[in-house]
Write a protein that binds this ligand. Structure first.
Ligand code: ZN
Length: 434
């Protein structure tokens, strides 16, 4: 198992193609917090990684919430009274307000206007809007199209159902030597939006595939859930698993060209916060926790307070394409998806290798030459390795992790790790149980 940070021979080009392939395949599906598009998305994920699929029936109480009805969409249109089509769900699934109730009626232009959603500042784009918890119907459309609707009345037809059904979610559990868990949470309830939704699904599929093929210290759990209500349903049903979460990341918006952004967990100084901040020190942005954003809001609610941060490129709401038809296949870049996957490989490598060690001969420095450690580090380019050996021997006292030693020494984590592995092989270190 190759776990050294940066020791990765994967080619970015083939990663990019595989990742974009997932995004392209999933893009047309009309996902929502329940229903066929969500199930089809989970089926697709299950073709790549083994997914336990769960259905939580409508009416189930989950923490302070209740699973609502299941939403089925067959079509939605606005026509002029002489039969000219103005808006058609079949042309873009963002056109329909999510969770719209059915309607088939002629309505006045004034009445219709209260059910239209558009973006005056971005008149060519279709916005993404939902009304999960307040019964409504509506259409989302380009502001330019809305302004051109000058007739006195229109025929609206929304062919949907809101009926008792279930909320679907999927979990991929990859057991490790330890029952301690690493949680990756990915929302998959957005329809044809590429960055906010599909980018993270694609990266998670590939990360899980790689982890499946390796021995693992930690147990890894990937949850693919509808946002908010799905995370709440998962937490309600998985209090035991939640208690085993040692590190966690919500993944979202991993395909736009912005540098990585990491939002800390509510704890602020959890190990996952330290790992991602260390890795992003020179190539990204780290922001404090705030009770807004994605499902870290649920994992970091005060009762759970899990060590779960959120890894993104652009944060939600911070880019012009956010929740519009411009968050499309042209907005997401394969090379960025590959870079995000590479970043997660480095995070996983650190999760797997960072540990507390104890020097077995702490009285005076042990004689390195006698153990074959001195020759291999004798001067020149390898001098840093000797420094790493000395730092590890001095600080491996049962109170410092490898990351602590890397920070104290200002040496790269990878060099500290290599030194610790060499010392352990020579019997000079033992790993402390944590
Ligand atoms: Zn969103």
């Amino acid at each position: 198992m190759s776990l050294h940070i940066g020791d990765v021979a994967e080619t970015g080009a083939s990663d990019a193609a595989r990742l974009m392939g997932h995004v392209q395949t999933l893009f047309p599906l009309c996902r929502s917090i329940t229903g066929a598009g969500l199930r089809q998305t989970l089926e697709y994920i299950n073709e790549w990684i083994p997914l336990d699929r769960h259905e939580v029936p409508s009416g189930t109480k989950v923490l302070d919430w209740e699973i609502g009805p299941e939403w089925t969409v067959r079509g939605a249109t606005i026509h002029t009274l002489d039969g000219r089509k103005i808006v058609d769900f079949a042309e873009h699934n963002l056109h329909l307000l999510q969770y719209s109730r059915p309607i088939d009626a002629v309505v006045s232009r004034a009445e219709l206007d209260a059910h239209l959603f558009s973006l005056p500042d971005q008149p060519e784009l279709i916005p993404y809007r939902t009304s999960y918890y307040a019964e409504n119907w509506g259409f989302c459309l380009a502001h330019r199209v809305r302004e051109a609707m000058q007739d006195t009345a229109y025929r609206v037809h929304i062919d949907t159902d809101l009926r008792p059904g279930s909320l679907s979610f999927g979990e991929c559990l990859l057991p490790g030597r330890s029952a301690q868990e690493v949680l990756f949470s990915i929302h998959c309830c957005h329809p044809s939006l590429a960055n906010d939704n599909l980018s993270a699904i694609a990266v998670a599929i590939e990360l899980a595939r790689e982890l499946m093929a390796r021995p693992r210290q930690f147990t890894y759990r990937f949850v693919f859930i509808p946002g908010t209500i799905g995370a709440i349903a998962w937490l309600a049903a998985n209090r035991d698993a939640a208690a085993r979460v040692h590190h966690g990341l919500v993944l979202s918006c991993l395909g736009d060209a912005a540098p990585p952004t990491y939002k800390r967990s509510r704890r602020g100084d959890a190990l996952i916060d330290r790992y991602v901040a260390y890795i992003l020190a020179h190539e990204g942005r780290v922001v404090p926790f705030s009770p807004y954003g994605y499902d870290e809001r649920q994992y970091c609610s005060p009762g759970f307070n899990l060590p779960v941060g959120c890894l993104m490129r652009s944060p939600p709401g911070s880019f012009a394409q956010y929740h519009t038809s411009a968050d499309n296949l042209a907005f997401v870049q394969g090379a960025v998806l590959a870079d995000s996957l590479q970043l997660l490989r480095r995070v996983v490598a650190m999760i797997e290798t960072d540990a507390v060690w104890c020097n077995t001969l702490p009285y005076g420095e042990p004689q390195l030459g006698r153990r074959g450690l001195y020759d291999s580090v004798g001067g020149g380019a390898a001098a840093a390795d000797r420094m790493a050996l000395l730092w590890v021997l001095n600080r491996a006292d049962g109170a410092h992790r490898l990351l602590d030693i890397a920070e104290l020494s200002a040496m790269p984590y990878n060099e500290i790790l290599v030194a610790a592995q060499a010392l352990a092989a020579a019997g000079l270190l033992r790993r402390d149980a944590e």
